[in-house]
Ligand binder design. Structure first.
Ligand code: SF4
Length: 197
């Protein structure tokens, strides 16, 4: 029987640069492919190309590093069948974080910390399962539409605003919104600011 495979863009060891776990060391597993096609997408990993690896090969690669936090990201990880890998890693003692656009409802039962960054559309179920919601804010963001996420902050989900591309005008806008809605948090892409890789 063929081993389950995932398309992988890269695996590397670094620090989480953004969101509620900024500064946490983790092994990043970037899966290939994202069909959302956002105009501001800053990752070449949205492309469908990647290296086919079995779950065992991925686990072996992750285990080369002295850390047992993994961040499964992309691209968009829920566009691939990541759940068997998550189960395998969970059974081996990994703390599993995942970053997703939340567009499709997925089995995240083995994910310890799920960050949803909504784009053009998002599944209401995924928002309910999220531990954090990270919203990218630019000058053309519909600020009225943003309010639909505020209810989750009141249910103990961390809701953070992240200035698009770390631009100062977007940082200023985030700070203004957060001061008016003090249950929100700011997420900066510190890895870009500090050139961490
Ligand atoms: S959802 Fe994320 S990875 Fe996909 S196209 Fe949009 S910004 Fe890029």
């Amino acid at each position: 029987m063929p081993q389950p495979c995932l398309k992988v863009n890269e695996i590397f060891y670094s620090l989480q640069g953004e969101g509620p776990h900024t500064g946490m060391p983790a092994v990043f597993l970037r899966l290939a492919g994202c069909s959302m096609n956002c105009p501001f997408c800053d990752t070449k990993y949205a492309a469908q190309t990647g290296k086919e690896m079995t779950n065992e090969e991925i686990a072996a690669e992750l285990e080369k590093y002295p850390c047992r936090n993994v961040i499964i990201t992309g691209g968009e990880p829920t566009e691939q069948n990541f759940a068997p890998l998550a189960r395998l890693l969970k059974n081996r003692g990994w703390c599993i974080h995942m970053e997703s656009n939340g567009a499709q409802d997925a089995d995240v039962s083995d994910i310890d910390f799920l960050v949803i960054s909504p784009k053009k559309y998002v599944s209401a179920n995924m928002l309910k399962k999220a531990h954090a919601i990270k919203i990218v804010i630019g000058q053309d963001t519909d600020l009225d539409d943003l309010q639909k996420y505020f209810q989750y902050a009141k249910e103990k989900t961390v809701v953070c605003l992240q200035p698009e591309s770390n631009k100062q005008e977007n940082i200023d806008l985030c700070v203004k919104i957060i001061k008016q809605n003090p249950f929100l948090r700011l997420s900066l892409q510190t890895h870009k600011m500090a050139n961490i890789r």
